[in-house]
Design a protein around this ligand. Structure first.
Ligand code: AGP
Length: 607
């Protein structure tokens, strides 16, 4: 995720303070950096692709003059990581300069309107549109603050914005919707940032800006107002006692658990992806005679779940394939009518790139879903979608998995619509369900996180687990098993529950824990049969079921209740969350570092 930092320094040049602040936001991941300072009522901007120290050596940020400024580390979402796309961005005359973390959903329509009014854009970013919009609104406003608020009322999406202007050379304007924004005050200055670590060296007296709020900073402090009606909000300062390391994890003990709880937000960002990107991929998918969903590890499990969704929604057979098996399995049958949809969080997985290169050589169309703009996979794909999950520091994939799922599910329903398998009303209805999936995940985590921790301790001595599900829940079972393998180092099994009689049931002994995925839906009757089968042989049943599902609960030793109303085809997005947490606590119980499990790398870039 991008990092923003702003400062009004009281007694020293602001540029070195900004650089230090940005360096403490590096953990958020970035690919370009920029700084803007105000001096003698003129704004100077220096920015480029690259890491802070490297760009600073070239552009000498620390020599920039002025005691008020903003700085930004960019995690590319719209537009490649280049100097032109790096933040800060300015209006036509360089009198309004701002930085932004988030995704502006309606930037294209606003850009169109501003282009027609003669505005000149230099970048492809959504952020630059906001600077020009404020410039336009200023023409009919008495103050810059008024223009800022008017512009904020027009944009939709997630943002943490900080702005400086030669029109108001003593102030910084900032605002928040969903992307975090924190303010700080000390004798050294007044600060705004994406996150606490940026200002910890200068102050531990902070105030969080809430959604729908804007703040005006000056040398004395800050004023917070409600964007919608400019009403003033009183908010005192809180003194925090976090260490820097804790602050980087926003108070969580590990990145992995922070990322598990970030899923509602990362899902909301995934749902903000520009529709034209989704339609472009859908068009290519529609042309394919055969579609291969190619990935490794967790991303493969997302493809497995997606193959159920493509079949369910678009009546389309797709082939989910483990990357390392693709060439042997399908290489000779690939041709110009084939479509390969590669899914890779890193965009650098060796096996996935090898499979893609082979398919390209045989004239297949290559599409991709990835979390990393500028990765090799984006460069070899005909079209791709960036899943907007923000950097995932924990080696075990969590939030990137659920984001992949919701993007693949959207592609499935759009393809169904394109093929006339569902009506526009159906599409609108399903897309309405997508919008509440983040809330379902939030509720599932809220209602179960402490119970999962208790269960992880209760079963911490077990050396074998079975994860079982039917239909799309087979993918959830496989992903839950992978998490426990990766983090708990437990040799667990995962199978479609219907397979039990074909072998797995032989490992069941008195007390073997079996984790069943039991969403309400078409597979429910069969799953109950599978539970009875295991129970009859002494297994301990742990069920993940819908809230109040008395029949399943009655068959279980332990159970975790998921919110009602989740459509079965989308259930992996929610039902995987407690399994992620279960594995996380297993690692903690063993005293292992869940962020860095043994023998594993975040991206497997070697054969
Ligand atoms: C999942 O927790 C692991 N980190 C691993 O299986 C990972 O999903 C796999 O290596 C694929 O990575 P990618 O999505 O970056 O291609």
């Amino acid at each position: 995720m991008c990092g923003i930092f702003g400062c009004i320094s009281k007694d020293s040049p602001v540029a070195p303070i900004i650089i230090q602040g940005l360096k403490r936001l590096e953990y958020r991941g970035y690919d370009s950096v920029g700084v803007a300072t105000l001096y003698n009522e003129r704004i100077e901007v220096r920015k480029d692709a690259g890491k802070i120290d490297e760009v600073n050596n070239r552009l000498r940020f620390s020599e920039m003059k002025g005691s008020i400024g903003i700085g930004h580390t960019r995690w590319a979402t719209h537009g490649a990581p280049t100097m032109v796309n790096a933040h800060p961005h300015s209006d036509c005359n360089g009198e309004i300069t701002l930085i932004h973390n988030g995704v502006i959903e309606n930037f294209l329509e606003i850009k169109e309107e501003l282009l027609n009014k003669g505005h000149n854009f230099v970048s492809r970013t959504d952020t630059e549109v906001v600077a020009h919009l404020i410039e336009e609104e200023f023409k009919n406003s008495s103050t810059l603050e008024e223009a800022f608020l008017k512009a904020l009322r027009r944009i939709r999406g997630s943002y943490a914005i900080a702005l400086i202007s030669s029109k108001e050379p003593e102030r910084i304007f900032c605002a928040r919707n969903e992307s975090p924004l924190v303010l700080g005050v000390s004798e050294k200055g007044v600060f705004c940032a994406s996150d606490v670590p940026a200002m910890l060296p200068y102050t531990n007296k902070i105030a969080w800006v809430k959604n729908g709020e804007a703040a005006v900073l000056d040398s004395e402090g800050f004023t917070i107002v409600r964007i919608e009606d400019n009403s003033k909000i009183e908010r005192g300062l809180t003194e925090i006692t976090w260490t820097l390391e804790m602050a980087e994890k926003q108070g969580y003990p590990h990145f992995m658990v922070k990322e598990i709880f970030e899923q509602p937000q990362s899902l909301r960002n995934a749902l903000r992806i520009q529709k034209q990107y989704m339609d472009l991929l859908t068009t290519f998918l529609d042309r394919g005679r055969e579609i291969f969903l190619v990935a490794a590890g967790t991303s493969y499990h997302a493809c497995l779940a997606a193959s159920y969704l493509f079949s369910k929604f678009a009546r389309l057979v797709t082939y989910p394939v483990v990357s390392s098996e693709f060439i042997e399995n399908y290489g000779s049958s690939i041709g110009i009518d084939s479509v390969v949809l590669a899914v890779s969080q890193s965009g650098e997985t060796f096996d996935t790139l090898k499979a893609v290169d082979y398919a390209r050589m045989r004239a297949a169309t290559i599409l991709a879903v990835t979390n990393t703009v500028g990765s090799t996979l984006t460069r070899v794909s005909r079209a791709y979608i960036v899943q907007q999950s923000g950097p995932e520091i924990g080696v075990a994939a969590t939030k990137t998995f659920t984001s992949q799922l919701i993007i693949l599910a959207q592609l499935g329903v759009r393809l169904a619509r394109m093929r006339g398998k569902i009506s526009q009303d159906d599409l609108d209805e399903i897309e309405g369900v997508f919008k509440i999936m983040p809330d379902y995940v939030e509720k599932a985590l809220e209602n179960n996180s402490s119970k999962v921790e208790v269960l992880s301790k209760k079963y911490s001595g077990e050396r074998v687990f079975l994860f079982l599900g039917r239909g799309v829940s087979s993918a959830t079972a496989l992903e839950g098993r992978l998490k426990l393998l990766e983090l708990g180092y437990v040799p667990a099994l995962a199978y479609p529950a219907g397979e039990s009689k074909h072998g797995p049931i032989s490992v069941i002994e008195e007390g073997t824990p079996c984790i069943f995925l039991c969403p309400k839906g078409e597979t429910r009757k069969e799953i109950i049969g599978s539970i009875m089968e295991m129970k009859a042989r002494g297994a301990r049943i742990i069920s993940i079921c819908e809230e109040g599902d008395a029949e399943i609960i009655g068959l279980s030793e332990d159970y975790l209740e998921m919110p009602k109303g989740i459509p079965e085809p989308l259930s992996p997005i929610v039902y995987v969350a407690p399994l992620q947490l279960f594995a996380y606590h297993f690692a903690c119980n063993r005293g292992a570092d869940p962020d860095k499990p043994r023998n594993l790398a975040k991206s497997v870039t070697v054969p």
